[in-house]
Ligand binder design. Structure first.
Ligand code: NAP
Ligand code: ZN
Length: 350
């Protein structure tokens, strides 16, 4: 065990503070990573504040981890010291159940081990602590190669915001010419816009914030639809091939379902909580679908990172010091982030 510096919350009502945590010794299958950057996901805030229930304290958040390999175990041949690597939301799974066999470790039928607020049940029974820390030890099968041409700070959010938006676009086979709506211009939404644009779709940013319109276009949206503008919503009725919904809280779905074409799908990724009811007719009259999606498996995450390397796609970020984290949380919850905070972990090491 090694004691390292981290930032975490000791209760749902407390600010994040410096604390010491233990990391396990590097096992045969492990990789030790010196963390250089970690993105700030809205899920970190939901977990710290126990919005979804089930948080176990202290919580050390952070699942958009970038760093350098500093040590590898005897069985590790796919990585070497000095490699630029990433760790996302998953650090382990059973690797044998039908979901894991299909590269869907996020749906491991024996319970995936998440990067924080989880238990290393196949390893040593310790709790997992995330990337708001100086170092992490992770099983080699859950470490991602980060293309060296990408800026490491801008690449950090790809590990969660990136894969969470890439996976549904890929699973629902969004293609050139499709009219794709992305709801919510935050961390996830801005990556959704970039990816949908890169796939050749006609991208419409659906937002509650008209002032974000200019940014949305710079990020790759072809049109901006302000969801509070009923007239504009009517104009787009029945016209979307696919909608990616990143709204972080429960909300009325009917206005968005109305935007879908016959046979098309809206995928929820944001609201992990009860949703307001919706009118069944909205789906029935048009054979429409509402679906959900959770991050992505390891193989798919690597494919996404490779695509980002080829197309030079990274996140638009604001780099902060670890000590600024509580202010950053307030800004995310008050919808004031452009478009992802990333922590420069050098600030925790000094
Ligand atoms: P974020 O940066 O806070 O962005 C969310 C955006 O949604 C906001 O920028 C805002 O965009 C819009 N919005 C916020 N409150 C709204 C409301 N009440 N009604 C309508 N729109 C609202 O959050 P994020 O990091 O992108 O995460 C989004 C959600 O996805 C969070 O709940 C997070 O926990 C979840 N998540 C899920 C997965 C998964 O695997 N499914 C993975 C990561 C995160 P506008 O100003 O443009 O309206
Ligand atoms: Zn996340």
């Amino acid at each position: 065990m090694t004691t390292i510096k981290a930032y975490g919350a000791s209760a749902s009502t407390e600010d994040l503070k410096p604390l010491d945590i233990e990391r396990r010794a590097v096992g045969k299958d492990d990789i030790k990573i010196d963390i250089t950057h970690c993105g700030v996901c809205h899920s970190d805030i939901h977990t710290v504040r126990n919005d979804w229930g089930g948080s176990s304290y202290p919580v050390v958040p952070g699942h958009e981890i970038i760093g350098k390999v500093v040590e590898v175990g005897d069985n590790v041949s796919n990585f070497k010291t000095g490699d630029l690597v990433g760790v996302g939301c998953l650090v382990d799974s059973c690797q044998t159940c039908p979901s894991c066999q299909k590269d869907l470790e996020q749906f491991c039928e024996n319970g995936a081990t998440f990067t924080y607020n989880s238990v290393n049940k196949h390893i040593d029974g310790t709790r997992t602590y995330g990337g708001y820390s100086t170092m992490v030890v992770v099983n080699k099968d859950f470490v991602l190669k980060v293309p060296e041409n990408l800026d490491p700070a801008g690449a950090a959010p790809l590990l969660c915001a990136g894969i969470t938006t890439w996976s549904p676009l890929s699973h629902w086979k969004v293609k050139k010419g499709d009219k794709v709506g992305v709801i919510g211009l935050g961390g996830l939404g801005h990556m959704g816009v970039k990816f949908a644009n890169a796939l050749g779709a006609h991208v419409v940013m659906i937002t509650t914030s008209p002032e974000k319109g200019k940014d949305a276009k710079a990020l790759g949206a072809h049109e901006v639809l302000v969801s509070k503008d009923e007239e504009d919503m009517k104009k787009h009725q029945g016209s979307f091939d696919f909608i990616l919904n990143t709204i972080p809280v429960g909300h009325k779905m009917d206005p968005y379902i109305n935007l879908l074409k016959i046979d098309s799908t809206m995928v929820l990724v944001g609201a992990v909580e009860p949703m307001e009811g919706f009118h069944g007719g909205g789906l029935i009259m048009g054979r429409k679908h509402v679906a959900g999606s959770l991050i992505g498996g390891i193989k798919e995450t690597q494919e996404m990172l490779d695509f980002c390397g080829e197309h030079n796609i990274t996140s638009d970020i604001e780099l902060i010091n670890m000590q600024d984290i509580n202010n950053a949380y307030d800004r995310v919850t008050s919808n004031d982030v452009k478009y992802r905070f990333v922590i420069d972990m050098a600030s925790l090491k000094d």
